[in-house]
Design a protein around this ligand. Structure first.
Ligand SMILES: Nc1nc2c(ncn2[C@@H]2O[C@H](COP(=O)(O)OP(=O)(O)OP(=O)(O)O)[C@@H](O)[C@H]2O)c(=O)[nH]1
Length: 936
């Protein structure tokens, strides 16, 4: 058994130095490291992959992350023509090595892109969470949107969730609109790419001119895709609804959308972190599908037979997914597989697989958990970046065609590998399958198997490619990458029962114990063995080995291409939705931030101005409160004092001069003198009461004046806010009914009728004028004069002598008394009022009547004015408080607006930065062929 170089992986094989090819020392471009055949650059790349395997250590630095696909790296740089080759080293070998390296590069960039997107998702989630927080304190403004005038294009693709629709929060990420970049001619033609034109047309439809919305241009409003609030209520348009809904309702709707978006981002992250990928291997009956799968696994796991034997779908999975136990789970028809529920499947040993898959009618499919005998470095199937699960399908015939077509359409199938027999070409079933599948998945990976059986290989290639061109033009275009002519049975495999022997690794480079080689098949059932060169002469042997090596190189090339193809497809199926969604949500965030930054700024400007305007008004209001308060106080005090003084003076004057007034009481004569006194007394009291009324009336007038003064102050300082009151002055002094008559108790005494003082006064006056005139005859006359009777008497005594005087004295006295009495009686109408007035005055003074009334009236005035005054004060206080409240509220809004403006400015920058980074994640990288031709 010769051990050829290990073209499959490009890494050291355990076979040691025996696998080292002979190399010319002339070639400086490559350097053999250790005992393997791997070039230094390949080793370096492999090391990078190890470091960045997608598990743990894969988080790149920001700089690395930003790198993404650099166009320069994908440039088609031909191998320099002067590159020397070792003797015997073929161009094909170096080409193969380049392809292997390119495959690793592809994988590396895939990983970088995945990590960059994962990081962008985390950052976006954080940003969205912060937006949610902000939105709860400062309800974000949402630009109103217009409904498109025409319905969106109807979905024609029967597969769910591969079109962008207005409702972009579809749980299927495939629904996201890939607006990020223009569509290039991509090999990975999933429907995401295929629908691009449709998506763009729908976008164009959305972007038709619409009426101006509230805050932003229609263009901006329509730019929302993820965070679009889709309001469907009655016949009202979105704009009307956005306008009519309260700001907080919009904010809470937005909050809901953000939460949905966060959930969706989490599911996208999960999806991009999922390294598993499913490859469906289908093809004609007996084309060598199982052999091909075994060759990929480097283990004879699936039963191979000349007779059609695979009757159910066999999915080969990594043993780690089954807790490290190698076994087969056969899933009965109509059962839904759940690994954790043993009732959903039957367990078999690997050895029993043949019994299950051959002519089976009980099971629909089986899961085969096997250990990958190749290391992470070497394995095509499991290397942490992408872990491929192979599904060996039953051969195509009339019965299985439909089932397989349905199976191939499943979302989880990333790649369809079609195995066709080089000898038999495409059967009718094969053509039908490819023709239909080509419409679904533009590119199909073709394995033309059993190439060793073909003598005229060139002709075979031409014929097959001709058919491929007809069946799947897209695949034909990339045939260098997608159509492979191989011999699966030329790949050394270890028997199913053997798991340990790592000698099977290294791309078939080593055949350790148990390695099943084509030429030494222990079972002897491999007819192909002989086709790889019969052992014979050394020349023949060398020729056979050369052929074998060539076949293994072809297979290694196929493996590289398949890996690239899977990565490419994964980039489209797993990374593209994440990128698209991120681009959309970040775009929305950007739009939202733009709008809200502007809104916050305008709000800030508005409240700043409002505060500037409010400040003097507030100060003025405070001043007005003080001034008006003082003014009111002054008015009340002035009015009350004036009323008090006026009442006091008026009453004092009235009381003092009441006797002089015409009280309108007629003197009835001496007989009714008492009645006269009573009447006078009553008239006097009435007079005083009336004056009190007059004072009250005066007080009313003054109060009315005071009231209007207060009202004027109110109108002056409060303007429209002044609550106008109506003042009813007639309601003043209602309670008081003057009880003067009851209070004053002036008793009429007999002395009141005689005005002694007046009499005396009068006598004094008479004596002074005619002292000497009367002694005798005139005495009577003088006496009749009524005064100075004593002088007269004394004078008369002198004139008439003492004796005569003594005789005259008695009658004289009598006459004087009589005359006096008669005088007194006649002067009652004049003297009585004075006496009574004096007594009344004395009594009223004792009662403090004047003061009491003045106080009462002025107090009433004060009371009457107190109500409007209080009302005004309350109004002023309220006005000040209102302004103060408004000032505080405005200051609060100002602070919030400042915070919001700052936040949204940051959000604007942040969303732009993340979006920029996401944009640079180039998933449309180079076609595998281009990458493969890059010379490292
Ligand atoms: N000479 C040659 N024989 C091959 C090659 N690949 C497979 N065979 C043989 O072809 C026969 C059929 O191979 P299988 O792998 O069982 O074919 P299949 O497509 O899985 O068959 P079904 O699933 O039963 O349709 C086996 O005897 C293989 O040894 C090849 O590349 N060259």
């Amino acid at each position: 058994m010769s051990q050829g170089p290990s073209p499959g992986s490009g890494y050291n094989s355990p076979g040691g130095s025996s696998s080292t090819p002979r190399r010319s020392p002339l070639r400086p471009s490559y350097m053999t490291v250790g005992s393997g055949s791997t070039s230094e650059s390949a080793a370096r790349l492999a090391a990078m992959l190890d470091d960045d395997s997608g598990y743990g250590g894969s988080i790149m630095s920001g700089e690395d992350m930003d790198r993404g696909w650099h166009p320069g790296l994908t440039a088609d740089l031909p191998t320099p023509s002067h590159t020397p080759l070792r003797p015997g080293e073929s161009n094909a070998a170096s080409e193969n090595e380049r392809r292997i390296v390119a495959s690793h590069v592809h994988q590396l960039y895939y990983n970088q892109n995945r990590t960059a997107l994962g990081r962008a998702i985390n950052q976006t989630v954080e940003t969205l969470k912060r937006l949610q927080e902000m939105n709860s304190t400062w309800p974000a403004h949402y630009p109103s949107t217009q409904r498109p005038q025409t319905p969106l294009p109807v979905r024609t693709d029967p597969r769910p969730g591969l079109h962008h629709t207005q409702s972009t929060l579809d749980p299927h990420p495939e629904t996201d609109l890939p607006l990020a970049r223009p569509l290039g001619p991509r090999r990975a033609g999933t429907s995401l790419g295929e629908n691009r034109s449709q998506v763009e047309s729908s976008t164009a439809a959305i972007r038709r001119p619409a009426p101006e919305p509230r805050l932003v241009t229609p263009q901006l409003a329509q730019d929302f895709s993820i965070l679009k609030i889709d309001l469907k209520m009655g016949g009202a348009s979105q704009t009307e609804l956005v306008h009519s809904l309260e700001k907080h309702s919009i904010a809470s709707l937005l909050d809901g959308q953000i939460s949905k978006s966060i959930r969706h981002l989490f599911s996208l992250r999960e999806r991009i972190e999922d390294t598993s990928s499913k490859v469906l291997v289908t093809g004609d009956l007996n084309a060598g599908k199982s052999t091909f799968c075994n060759a990929l696994l480097r283990r004879k796991v699936l039963p191979e037979d000349q007779q059609p034997c695979t009757s159910i779908f066999c999915e080969v999975l990594d043993v780690r997914e089954n807790g490290g136990v190698e076994e087969v789970h056969a899933i009965p028809i109509d059962s839904i597989y759940n690994r954790d529920d043993e009732r959903t499947y039957d367990v078999y040993a690997l050895k029993q697989l043949e019994n299950i898959v051959t002519d089976n009618e009980r099971y629909s499919q089986c899961k085969i958990y096997v250990k990958d005998i190749r290391t992470v470095d070497e394995s095509l199937l499991n290397n942490g970046v992408v872990d491929i699960a192979l599904i060996d399908a039953p051969g195509l015939n009339n019965d299985s065609l439909k089932t397989t077509a349905v199976f191939a359409r499943q979302e989880e199938i990333d790649v369809v590998v079609f195995v066709v027999s080089a000898a038999n070409h495409f059967t009718l079933s094969a053509k039908e399958f490819i023709f239909n599948a080509a419409r679904e998945k533009a590119y199909i990976f073709m394995v033309v198997n059993g190439f060793d059986n073909i003598r005229d290989k060139k002709r075979c290639q031409e014929m097959i490619l001709k058919q491929v061109a007809h069946l799947s033009p897209a695949t034909f275009k990339e045939s260098a990458e997608l159509v492979h002519f191989v011999s699966s049975n030329a790949i050394p495999v270890v028997p199913a029962g053997t798991t340990g022997g790592s000698g099977g690794g290294g791309g078939g480079g080593g055949s350790g114990p148990g390695v099943d080689r084509p030429n030494d098949d222990p079972d002897g059932d491999d007819d192909s063995a002989g086709k790889h060169g019969e052992p014979g002469s050394p020349a023949d042997e060398g020729k056979g080995k050369g052929k074998e090596r060539e076949m293994q190189q072809d297979f290694a090339e196929l493996e590289s291409s398949l890996r690239r193809f899977v990565l490419e497809k994964r980039a489209r199926s797993k990374l593209a939705p994440a990128k698209t969604y991120l681009m959309n949500v970040l775009g929305d965030l950007h739009s939202l931030a733009t709008v809200n930054k502007d809104v916050a700024q305008s709000e800030l400007d508005r409240v700043t101005k409002e505060l500037q305007d409010l400040e003097p008004v507030y100060e003025q209001s405070k001043r007005a409160r003080t001034e008006a308060s003082e003014g009111v106080e002054h008015t009340i005090e002035g009015t009350a004092t004036e009323v008090y003084s006026h009442t006091r003076d008026t009453l004092n004057t009235t009381i003092g001069r009441v006797a002089e007034r015409d009280l309108g009481v007629h003197y009835p004569g001496l007989l009714s003198v008492y009645q006269f006194a009573e009447d006078i007394k009553a008239a006097m009291l009435r007079e005083i009461s009336e004056v009190v009324n007059v004072c009250e009336e005066h007080a009313r007038g003054q109060t009315v004046q005071g009231f209007s003064g207060i009202r004027s102050l109110g109108l002056l300082h409060l303007g429209d806010e002044y609550t106008d009151l109506t003042f009813h002055s007639e309601k003043m002094f209602r309670r008081k009914k003057d009880a003067l008559a009851r209070q004053v108790d002036v008793e009429v005494e007999v002395w009141d009728f005689f005005d002694v003082a007046s009499l005396w006064e009068r006598q004094e006056k008479v004596a002074g004028t005619s002292m000497a005139v009367t002694v005798a005859g005139v005495v009577g006359g003088r006496m009749i004069g009524g005064v100075g009777w004593l002088d007269g008497a004394l004078g008369a005594a002198k004139v008439v002598g003492s004796n005569n005087f003594r005789r005259l004295i008695i009658p004289g006295l009598l006459a004087a008394v009589v005359l006096g009495c008669s005088y007194a009686l006649t002067s009652i109408p004049r003297s009585l009022p004075r006496r009574l007035s004096a007594k009344l005055s004395t009594q009223l003074a004792a009662l403090d009547y004047t003061h009491a009334n003045a106080l009462r009236i002025s107090s009433e005035v004060r009371r009457a004015l107190k109500y409007p005054a209080d009302n005004l004060r309350v109004g002023l206080q309220r006005s000040v408080e209102q302004l103060q409240g408004k000032r505080e509220e405005t200051s609060k809004i100002k602070t919030e607006s400042e915070v919001a403006r700052k936040y949204f400015s940051n959000l604007l920058r942040e969303s732009h930065d993340i979006r920029h980074r996401v944009e640079r994640v180039d998933l449309d990288g180079p076609a595998p062929g281009v990458a493969a031709s890059y010379d490292f």
